[in-house]
Design a protein around this ligand. Structure first.
Ligand code: SF4
Length: 79
């Protein structure tokens, strides 16, 4: 089952944990230096903060969520 991921980008301190540990889903923006969802998983092309991710990435996204020092990555299961 796919799941939703939201990054509250305004609070990102660019520590690199998420995209280092889960580079298939997260990346650093070249525009503002904050984490963003990679294009292929965005709900809308221009919405950098919201993604729908297949469950094959659940482990690394959960790890990114847990390792974000400012707790701005939020994962919600779809029903
Ligand atoms: S782990 Fe959190 S603070 Fe660090 S780059 Fe990712 S979203 Fe930003």
């Amino acid at each position: 089952m796919p799941f939703n991921v939201v990054i509250d980008r305004e609070g990102c301190i660019s520590c690199c944990n998420c995209h280092t540990n889960c580079p298939d889903v997260f990346e650093l923006s070249s525009e503002d230096g904050r984490s963003q969802i990679k294009k292929e998983f965005r709900q809308l092309y221009n919405d950098l903060k919201k993604g729908v991710v297949p469950d094959s990435f659940e482990e690394c996204v959960s790890f990114a969520e847990d390792s974000c020092p400012v707790s701005i990555i939020h994962v919600t299961k779809l029903s």
